[in-house]
Design a protein around this ligand. Structure first.
Ligand code: BGC
Length: 379
């Protein structure tokens, strides 16, 4: 009898330990960015804000110092070895990243991309900006600032980017060229700063002396934009040369007010971080197929102009509550689900963008505030 009692006690203890272990088991999500820059700080803040909402999540955010493809790959390898449950990646080189993406998928780990896509890699969907249209918007701003298609003819501009492999950079440059080149604007050079602001400054400084008749500069990335605005300011050429750049971080908005930048095409990168966590969490808990089906349903209903409550009404009878709630959070942040919207037919979750000028800046502050974005990101 005493023996039996001891056995029951031991079994009970073992069970308690096992259940305790289960209760502590967190969903481990790795979010990989591309460089150290305030742009990526905003993504990280989004990651942290979402992770704070869910005690069952442990999220890690990591970026290399500047563009560093091998470091990105080895970080993902390390996450796989450490037993991460889901990944959201911004590959600086989608081809180079493909093998490790496939490895993760083979281990049953859901992978998505954010900020820049890797079509054909097998990742489940892309969460971020529509970069071709984003590049076109920059091109249209440049054309207008050059005085319109007639006046712009024959004017010289340079492009400065931080990557010649990342898809978002290639798409933005193409979008920009497709607008300015038919109007006769000449792109005299493409500079690559590899996401290093000080390199961007020196490259732009050198270009300013190489092309005394330069009319404009397009900064494709946030780091390039910071560099070009600093260089124009130091050279005292903010009046003479048009600066079109990207990303509505504080310093860029100040440059806009001071005239070193004339238009900033902004992304909503906070949501890239935030929803990497909300969506990967439910992918791990309920299966990626469930998440894809819920997103596809929402994406089919959105173009019909239905409001959030109606869309969630369709989802509730079919999907687990937490999945429905997460889709609700996604809709609350203005994201448009474009089913089949990625180049390989995968889903594209469009975080949206803003064209910001000195004239509409105050209005934009109001918009961001109404969206519930943390205002300390902007001023
Ligand atoms: C791009 C990122 C890039 C960042 C910093 C952003 O505009 O979307 O891919 O890493 O700028 O340069």
């Amino acid at each position: 009898m005493r023996r039996l009692g001891l056995l029951v006690l031991t079994l009970g203890l073992l069970l308690a330990i096992a259940l305790g272990g289960l209760a502590q088991e967190k969903v481990k999500i790795g979010v990989l960015g591309k460089c150290v820059h305030p742009y990526w700080d905003v993504v990280r803040i989004g990651v942290e804000a979402a992770a704070e909402l869910f005690p069952d999540v442990e999220a890690t955010f990591w970026v290399p110092q500047i563009e560093d493809i091998p470091a990105q790959i080895s970080t993902v390898e390390a996450w796989l070895a450490a037993g991460y449950d889901a990944l959201s990646l911004a590959p600086s080189d989608p081809k180079a990243m493909e093998a490790v993406i496939k490895k993760a998928l083979g281990l049953g780990i859901p992978v998505i991309t954010h900020d820049t896509d890797a079509p054909g890699s097998g990742r489940y969907f892309y969460l971020g900006t529509g970069n071709y249209a984003f590049g076109r918007a920059a091109g249209e701003a440049m054309l207008e600032l050059l005085g319109g298609p007639e006046a712009a003819k024959g004017k010289k501009v340079i492009i400065i980017t931080g990557s010649l492999t990342a898809l978002n950079s290639l798409e933005r440059m193409q979008g920009f060229r497709d607008v300015v080149e038919p109007a006769g604007v000449e792109v005299v050079e493409v500079l690559n700063d590899r996401e290093d602001v000080s390199t961007a400054v020196s490259l732009v400084e050198a270009a300013l002396s190489a092309y005394p008749d330069l009319a404009g500069i397009y900064g494709v990335y946030a780091a390039s934009t910071t560099g070009l605005a600093r260089a124009l300011e130091t050279a005292g050429k903010t009046e003479e040369i048009i600066g079109v750049g990207v990303d509505t971080i504080k310093e860029h908005l100040q440059f806009l007010q001071k005239g070193a930048l004339d238009t900033v095409v902004g992304q909503r990168q906070y949501y890239m971080g935030y929803h990497s966590v909300t969506l990967m969490r439910i992918a791990v808990k309920y299966g990626i197929e469930t998440v894809l089906a819920a997103l596809a349903t929402a994406g089919a209903l959105q173009p019909q102009g239905l409001d959030k409550e109606t869309i969630l009404g369709y989802l509730s009878p079919v999907f687990p509550d937490e999945v429905v709630e997460t889709i609700g959070m996604l809709l609350d942040t203005g994201i448009v689900v474009r089913v089949g919207g990625a180049p390989d037919g995968a889903m594209f979750l469009d975080t949206g963008s803003d064209v910001v000028t000195r004239e509409n800046l105050e209005e934009m502050f109001k918009t961001w505030e109404e969206m519930g974005l943390p205002m300390e990101l902007f001023r």
